[in-house]
Design a protein around this ligand. Structure first.
Ligand code: GLN
Length: 190
């Protein structure tokens, strides 16, 4: 299984380690020539969504990536990646890929709760140790979106067809079940 991991900025190495531990092949995507519509799936890591969005545009990656996702390419998006996928960003910020029927609120937990840990219940996976870092949450979901997880009344994980998006960081936990779930989505087994 060939997975392209966006390595423009943010926490991508940890995703690579998880995927390699599950036997997937990983390619880092930094520039347009690294991107292939033949990947079995892609990962949009956490980091800073405004920076990532800017780099995607500068590298000419935004349109090919959007096309691939609209064409059904499976995506695992975490934190900033979730923001990149959202059709709407609260506060009037311009959306980025805008392929997922959700609205998100950035840095939604305020200063004191900038980062925290919570054991959440993730549909399709089970109880999971979630790490939140200046996380967004999903403020609204539209058609075709399945809510996979809520934490303290906020939606923090969603799925729409083969897009799996989480507000937290499953790659920082040493628990590979979310990545395993993603590989199962790719195989059509989840
Ligand atoms: N706060 C970041 C943003 O708004 C997301 C944080 C993260 O990816 N851990 O883009």
């Amino acid at each position: 299984m060939k997975i392209g991991v966006f390595a423009l900025q943010g926490a991508f190495i940890e995703h690579e380690h998880m995927l390699l531990s599950l036997g997937a092949e990983v390619t880092e995507i930094r520039r347009l020539e690294h991107f292939s519509p033949d990947f079995d799936g892609i990962v949009l890591p956490g980091g800073e969504s405004t920076v990532q969005g800017k780099l995607l545009r500068e590298e000419g990656l935004m349109e090919p990536l959007r096309k691939a996702i609209e064409g059904g390419m499976p995506v695992l998006a975490t934190c900033a990646g979730l923001i990149l996928l959202a059709k709407q960003i609260e506060g009037g910020e311009k959306p980025h890929l805008a392929t997922m029927n959700i609205a998100v609120r950035r840095n939604a937990y305020g200063r004191q709760l900038g980062s925290f840990h919570a054991d959440v219940n993730l549909k399709g996976v089970g109880k999971f140790p979630a790490v939140f870092i200046r996380a967004p949450y999903v403020s609204r979901v539209g058609e075709g979106v399945d809510v996979l997880c809520e934490e303290a009344g906020k939606i923090v994980a969603v799925r729409q067809e083969k897009m799996l998006a989480l507000a937290f960081h499953p790659e920082l936990t040493g628990d590979a079940r979310v990545h395993e779930y993603f590989l199962n989505i790719i195989k059509g087994e989840a």
